[in-house]
Design a protein around this ligand. Sequence first.
Ligand SMILES: Cc1cc2nc3c(=O)[nH]c(=O)nc-3n(C[C@H](O)[C@H](O)[C@H](O)COP(=O)(O)OP(=O)(O)OC[C@H]3O[C@@H](n4cnc5c(N)ncnc54)[C@H](O)[C@@H]3O)c2cc1C
Length: 382
Amino acid sequence: MRVLILGAGFGGLELASSLGTSLGTDVEVTLVDRAEGFVFGFSKLDVMFGRVGAEHVLHHYAELAPAGVRFVHTTVRAIDPATRRVETDAGPLEADVLVVALGADLHPEDTPGLVEGGHEFYTVGGAFAAREVLEAFDGGHVVVGVTSTPFKCPPAPSETALLTHDLLGARGLLDRSTVSLVMPLGAPIPPSPAASETLLAEFAERGIGWHPGVLVLSLDPAARTCALSDGTELPYDVFLGVPVHRAPRVVLESGLAEDGWIPVDPLTLRTRYDDVYAVGDVTSVGTPKAGVFAEGQAAVVAAQLVARARGESEPATYDGRGTCYLELGGGRVGKVEVTFLSGEMPRGALEGPSLELAADKSAFGADRVARWFGRDWTPLGG
Ligand SMILES: Cc1cc2nc3c(=O)[nH]c(=O)nc-3n(C[C@H](O)[C@H](O)[C@H](O)COP(=O)(O)OP(=O)(O)OC[C@H]3O[C@@H](n4cnc5c(N)ncnc54)[C@H](O)[C@@H]3O)c2cc1C
């Protein structure tokens, strides 16, 4: 069986690693990505807030662990889901099973003024560059703002506001600074009322301005103001933005997407094309756009392909479960277990926050790097 996986992010890496480990040479796995390596979303914040250097958080695809997985470093230009043929800059690729795990592309240029007068912290380059911006900052108004929905990792803007507040405190700038958070959601983490309450209490205690249910529509770099969707404006000296997300163009042009994202069977992750699956941020499966969910979906596709290769019966289906770690500042981490099942209200319990859970989060990253890249790693080094 030839399996072609497009995208070596959370979903693609988990799938390639599971297939390689379970089936060895019984399966021919090709993994394609245009990047030179993988960076965890949470590592972007670690670099941005000066906790660790950029080189520490890049995991080179050349060091992929699973035996038998062929990595092709190239850009996907066209996908034909009917024939499972893909055009890339390195030539055409064909497969018996195609899995699309291309994530969401980010478009800061879609928000007027953001490129000229603000900073986005969702791309690897943007987050690394924001580190210098924060290091050079001498006090003033910081606005952390979301520009559209859906967006990846809904807790990340709240974490960013808290970590910014920590940084300003450590640099003695709090007496001449403000931090504001602009979010389209009514609560910081709607599926977990307990986590939302904790975050709102942290914002109140630190005086972080909380602007729920609104988006940042544009920035005026000359006036140093950003316009919100409720008609109001906020002044800013540093704007840290979550840019517009869209499925990659190659996906939109393939006929796989509907209403902007790839619809899949929520239990099996199959698309409407035979032997074409999609996992992670590129889908509209109904879970938030986060790595843990992409990984869980990839595990379900892997189980189906392993069963098929071994002639076994259909395995368990996707259960919509995931664990999110939440940085609350001061080194404290919370842990939210959430389950998204179609037709039911999502439920999410909160553990912590505590300093002990920081070790739990570190183990989560270390475990993935061991599995995918076969080496020891801790997110904050040391
Ligand atoms: C600041 C921040 C913090 C986050 N924190 C967390 C967290 O703590 N926990 C969590 O679970 N999630 C977190 N996330 C979200 C998480 O990073 C994503 O949801 C996750 O990576 C999605 O996995 P994926 O496999 O669907 O896509 P991705 O991991 O985005 O992978 C898609 C891959 O496809 C490649 N690609 C795209 N187009 C092409 C093309 N045309 N040709 C070739 N390759 C292409 C890309 O290079 C990329 O490697 C965070 C995100 C951010 C921005």
